[in-house]
Design a protein around this ligand. Sequence first.
Ligand SMILES: [Zn+2]
Length: 116
Amino acid sequence: MPPTRAEIRAKLLAGAEQAIDELLDWTDHTPRPNLTQIENAVLKLRRQLSEQAAQAVIEAQAAQQPVPGPLCPTCQREMHYKDTKAQTVESRVGHLRIARGYYYCEQCRQSIFPPR
Ligand SMILES: [Zn+2]
């Protein structure tokens, strides 16, 4: 069952709080950071928030299995839901660990893992 808006929101807030606490811990232990160090710390925070947000949106989307399934890129027949598998994707917002359904074409014996 797809997560509710309130569940997604709570998860994102918890993740954001943790990332902010890490930044504040860093400031406590780094009394006089230079601009490069501050940039690195803030970019790390931004990356964490971006990854969490993208992950949350993808997980909510993945919980909804499309009916009918996607079309096979080779024979254009409907592909069928096979299983859920995890994959790490390098995206523009960072590393994403995506667990989602993949689809299989019995005819061509190939599977796809949307979105690509
Ligand atoms: Zn096919």
